[in-house]
Design a protein around this ligand. Structure first.
Ligand SMILES: [Zn+2]
Ligand SMILES: [Zn+2]
Length: 134
């Protein structure tokens, strides 16, 4: 995302255009994987509590999504990314994005018909060994 796109993203969500917000969004737009708060503190010179506060704002506005891989860490990525899933290496903890040839929309439809539950989204992560670790 270009700097002017980050600014218009903030504008679109009625968020004040602050330096720390622009920096956080810039880190997200360059990240090829979901990132955690620690990664942000390593890449932006601002205190931890500001990072957590800003993540909450971005989550509330739906700009980012929170993902958990069961290791107790919360990771985040842009919600506007094309729908995808993750491959998580249980050895080196690397994370790769992956898309399914056929995603789960048909499954969702049939679940909704069976249960009358209204599905808004799903999370599906795959755990195993990456090419380097297997
Ligand atoms: Zn690995
Ligand atoms: Zn899916």
């Amino acid at each position: 995302m270009q700097p002017n796109e980050l600014v218009s993203l903030l504008k679109k969500h009625n968020l004040k255009n602050t330096k720390v917000r622009r920096e956080i969004l810039a880190v997200f737009s360059h990240a090829e994987r979901p990132i955690d708060a620690i990664y942000l503190t390593e890449n932006i010179k601002v205190n931890k509590s500001s990072i957590y506060r800003e993540l909450k704002v971005l989550l509330d506005k739906g700009i980012i999504l929170e993902i958990e891989f069961g290791d107790g860490k919360k990771r985040y990525e842009f919600s506007s990314l094309k729908h995808h899933h993750h491959l998580i290496c249980t050895n080196c903890k690397s994370v790769e994005d992956v898309t399914l040839n056929q995603d789960l929309w048909l499954e969702e439809k049939s679940i909704e018909e069976k249960t009358s539950f209204k599905i808004e989204r799903h999370n599906l992560e795959f755990f195993g060994l990456c090419a380097n670790c297997k």
